[in-house]
Design a protein around this ligand. Structure first.
Ligand code: NAD
Ligand code: LMR
Length: 317
């Protein structure tokens, strides 16, 4: 691509020493759209930065200790937030709210003060609530721009492509599958109707597996956390799309969780979003749903509304 605009992205990763943070930072260091990479964590970020800085790619890496948050988030275009605790078996994502909501609020506030124009991509769970938390925190420091605050739900798409690809005998790299709603259990709504080769039973099974794919990993890791490597892959995919759009490329569309009116009863919703040089360029409507998908959406809305309300209440406190 020839860049007529900035063609550079200064990226900060907050929570860079974590299970997601480390591989995501590696992928950012290896990403041709990143010119500057700033790594922050409450512990260990300078070490991760020193390690990555020996890799012979162009991105310049710096690490910041806990007291240097303001410096870490100054002069950046894109901030990725995987900071916070992950699930253990038996927990829901909502069980993480009490710890992670405060972490996301404080990090979003720091970004708002230091880089009010930065795009923020939130990975920390429960995404359905932490995105409204960040939005409210940014309102408090007077710089909320709904085009710039995103929940990263890309792992649901990555899973949808993988599981459907295996079921229909096609490479998952060739598939594009909309997944709308939110990012937890029944709030995740994969739209599989175009795969007419799947039986009704297969659609039901695949839908359930995509909705509860996170639990599969939590169970397999047996207390050692949740998805990290697949999430880093998904985070890199989302960030690459965002950086291409920030640098002026057109027609970049990702399903991602943003403030939205496409589903009138949910103030935040994931649907196909066209990305642009200011973040959200256009939110596409929810595609036409069949009867099965309409039932899924009804369940999704039920759960999502409460998650959003909880996030708004916390963030605006
Ligand atoms: P982890 O415990 O391995 O890493 C979290 C990191 O955050 C740690 O290094 C910790 O020191 C750091 N941290 C804690 N408080 C911080 C603060 N105030 N500022 C900066 N850093 C801070 O956890 P993980 O496996 O990397 O998961 C991180 C989060 O991502 C969890 O909430 C998890 O549920 C979520 N997650 C989301 C998705 C998604 O699809 N959106 C997928 C997987 C995991
Ligand atoms: C996932 O979908 O893997 C993540 O949201 C982590 C989790 O808690 O399941």
């Amino acid at each position: 691509m020839r860049c007529s605009l900035r063609c550079l992205t200064r990226v900060a990763v907050l929570g860079a020493n974590g299970g997601i943070g480390q591989p995501l930072s590696l992928l950012m260091k290896n990403n041709k759209y990143v010119t500057e990479l700033k790594l922050y964590d409450v512990k260990g970020a300078p070490g991760v930065a020193a390690d990555l800085s020996h890799i012979n790619t162009d991105a310049k890496v710096t690490g910041y200790a806990v007291e240097d948050l303001a410096k870490a988030v100054a002069d950046v275009d894109l901030v990725l937030i995987p900071a916070g605790v992950p699930r253990k078996p038996g927990m829901t994502r909502d069980d993480l709210f009490n710890t992670n909501a405060g972490i996301v609020r404080d990090l979003a506030t720091a970004v708002g003060k230091a880089s009010p124009k930065a795009v923020i991509g939130i990975i920390s769970n429960p995404v359905n609530s932490t995105v409204p938390v960040a939005a409210e925190a940014l309102k408090k420091v007077g710089c909320y721009d709904p085009r710039k605050v995103f929940g990263i739900t890309t792992l649901d798409h990555v899973r949808a492509r993988t599981f459907v690809g295996a079921a229909i005998g096609k490479s998952p790299t060739t598939l594009s599958i909309p997944v709308i709603g939110g990012h937890s259990g029944e709030t995740i709504v994969p739209l599989l109707a175009e795969f007419t080769q799947l039986s009704e039973e297969q659609v039901q099974q695949l839908t359930h597996r995509i909705q509860f794919g996170g639990d599969e990993v939590v169970k397999a890791k047996a207390g050692a956390g949740s998805a990290t490597l697949s999430m880093a892959f998904a985070g890199n995919e989302w960030a690459t799309s965002m950086m291409r759009a920030l640098n002026g490329e057109k027609n970049i569309v990702e399903c991602t969780y943003v403030e939205s009116t496409v589903e009138p009863s949910c103030a935040f919703f994931s649907s196909p979003v066209e990305l642009g040089k200011d973040g959200v360029a256009k939110i596409h409507p929810v595609p036409k749903l069949n009867a099965f998908e309409q039932k899924l959406l009804a369940k999704c809305v039920e759960g999502l509304q409460g998650n959003i309300k909880k996030g708004v209440a916390f963030g605006s406190k």
